[in-house]
Design a binder for this molecule. Structure first.
Ligand SMILES: [Zn+2]
Length: 82
């Protein structure tokens, strides 16, 4: 391999490693923090002080990571095909 070939394959390898790392995170920790309510589960309303339940996370403060959502979809399709 020439140094030029190594230089050309480095971005592809980095992207593949990044994707595999993200999928590993999605398997180990499927839930992430809800950015809408900052993991409090409640969203402040301009009219009331207490606010209301966050609609994005349904008051849990957690949200399913998009990668885990894709993994679950692929699993469901695989199970449906059996
Ligand atoms: Zn939320």
């Amino acid at each position: 391999m020439t140094p030029r070939t190594l230089l050309a394959t480095a971005p592809c390898l980095a992207l593949a490693l990044l994707t595999l790392g993200y999928l590993a995170v999605c398997v180990v920790a499927p839930f992430g923090r809800c950015r809408t309510c900052n993991s409090t589960g409640r969203k402040r309303s301009p009219l009331s002080r207490s606010g209301r339940e966050c609609r994005r996370c349904a008051g849990t403060g957690l949200r399913l990571r998009p990668g885990r959502h894709a993994i679950n979809h692929i699993k469901d399709e695989y199970q449906a095909a059996k």
